[in-house]
Design a protein around this ligand. Structure first.
Ligand SMILES: NC(=O)C1=CN([C@@H]2O[C@H](COP(=O)(O)OP(=O)(O)OC[C@H]3O[C@@H](n4cnc5c(N)ncnc54)[C@H](OP(=O)(O)O)[C@@H]3O)[C@@H](O)[C@H]2O)C=CC1
Ligand SMILES: CC(=O)N[C@@H](CCC(=O)OP(=O)(O)O)C(=O)O
Length: 393
């Protein structure tokens, strides 16, 4: 990896700002900062950038979201993209909203050349990823967005995913990528398992409260809702417009594969086994996820204690936002951004609390958090390329 090439091309080809005086003013304004407005130009994903990125599964929803986010990244440039059925096509032909990106065509993984790649986002279906990552050069940093490496316990993976783990040796070196909780471990990781969208929205509010012994570990009930993009781009009858529009439904009741991932994270925080009731729902919306969490506070603990703990835990965190007391988080307010908005409310039943947490499943729930993690792994400020404001309406 060469950083010198980045410096010399900081405002190089493809940047709109050709005027030297403008460039030096902007450079001065940005001294010490990494994010620059050069990102208004989408034709910046060139090999001149310091870190050369491969996106495996660029023709899917999370892969294309990585491509969109990286257009705004001053250090990461895409040199390789793969697809399966869509191999051989350009990103703009598969995703017309990305037609302005000046990028190589997508290739099949078997034809991919990793000699021009420093780091990989692996955006492939779970069950396919272990074999593929096992075959990648050890020199690569990898963020895997699939569920294939999230569960530490191999037998648990095999039970919930119904297939043998194909890379048990690799599993030992994996770091779980819930950035706000495991940042120190992520810094030195080579292979990060990016969390699932539901587990992200649930662990972010609960982990600090568990660590501070403010809630009971029994009777945690989570009612969660997702937009349909959470199911990926592959055609499925259940995801047809006619099946989804004007209604909602629960799925995976008692057996959704995110249950062990959620319980793993909460149990780590508690240092003892926590089990949860978790029911996800499919909503007639494209992006967005809300988790509503019902719980019992520890004896003597008040709602204000929960609020203060979340405030302390997240006041220095850019992407987790505790709203003002009484303000209800809405999926609309995080759409297209890497934010998680949370708040805590008193239940009418004494001693109980209700927490709501919203994210964009494709950003903080997938590609945004993946980019946040790679920034940490490569030593860049965590928010680099992620300063998108939410998109509303
Ligand atoms: N969508 C979401 O909100 C979230 C998704 N995830 C996880 O991220 C991963 C990607 O999800 P998503 O982008 O939604 O999925 P999509 O179905 O939209 O995309 C899957 C991608 O993988 C490629 N692909 C499919 N099968 C194979 C194969 N056998 N070998 C190589 N490439 C293959 C597809 O290529 P092609 O289209 O050309 O056939 C496509 O590029 C999944 O593991 C998912 O569970 C995680 C968090 C949230
Ligand atoms: C709406 C919908 O179908 N959502 C997906 C979860 C998306 C996600 O985070 O999945 P991974 O764990 O595979 O990464 C599901 O319920 O399986």
């Amino acid at each position: 990896m060469s950083t010198a090439s980045f410096t010399s091309n900081f405002f190089g080809t493809g940047c709109f700002w050709k005027d030297e005086s403008r460039i030096s003013t902007v450079k001065k304004q940005n001294e010490g900062k990494v994010f620059v407005k050069c990102a208004v130009n989408t034709k910046t994903q060139k090999t001149e950038k310091a870190v050369r990125i491969g996106v495996l599964g660029a023709s899917g929803y999370t892969g294309s979201e990585i491509v969109r986010l990286l257009a705004n990244h001053p250090h990461f440039g895409i040199t390789l993209m793969t697809a399966d059925r869509k191999a051989g096509q350009s990103i703009g032909s598969v995703f017309p909203h990305l037609v302005t990106q000046d990028l190589p065509d997508m290739v099949a993984i078997k034809d991919a050349n990793f000699s021009d790649v420093d780091a990989v986002f692996c955006c492939l279906p779970h069950g396919t990823t272990q074999e593929i990552i096992k075959a990648l050069p050890r020199s690569l940093k990898i963020v895997d967005l699939s569920a294939d490496f999230r569960l530490r316990d191999i037998s648990e993976y095999e039970e919930w995913y119904g297939q043998a783990h194909r890379a048990p040796d690799l599993q030992k070196e994996v770091v779980y990528g819930l950035t706000e909780v495991l940042r120190e471990e992520i810094k030195s990781a080579r292979l990060v398992a990016n969390p699932g969208c539901y587990p992200t929205s649930i662990q972010l509010p609960l982990v600090p409260l568990i660590k501070a012994n403010l809630i009971e570990y029994r009777n945690i009930i989570i009612d969660a809702k997702s937009g349909v993009s959470g199911a990926g781009r592959g055609a499925k009858e259940a995801n047809l417009y006619t099946e989804i529009a004007e209604g909602i439904y629960s799925y995976g009741i008692t057996k959704h594969r995110h249950v062990p991932e959620i319980e793993q994270g909460l149990s780590d925080a508690a240092n003892s086994k926590i089990t949860v009731s978790f029911t996800p729902h499919l909503m007639p919306m494209i992006r967005g996820m809300q988790s509503t969490i019902y719980l019992e506070m520890a004896p003597g603990v008040t709602i204000e204690d929960l609020y203060q703990q979340l405030k302390i835990s997240y006041e220095d965190e850019e992407f987790v936002v505790l709203l003002e007391r009484g303000v209800v988080p809405r999926t609309h307010n995080v759409r297209g951004s890497n934010y998680c908005f949370i708040n805590v409310f008193p239940d009418r039943i004494p001693g109980r609390a209700i927490i709501t947490s919203v994210i964009d499943n494709l950003v903080k729930g997938a590609s945004g958090q993946a980019l946040q993690n790679l920034n940490v792994m490569m030593g860049y400020p965590e928010n680099t390329g992620l300063l998108y404001q939410p998109l509303f309406p």
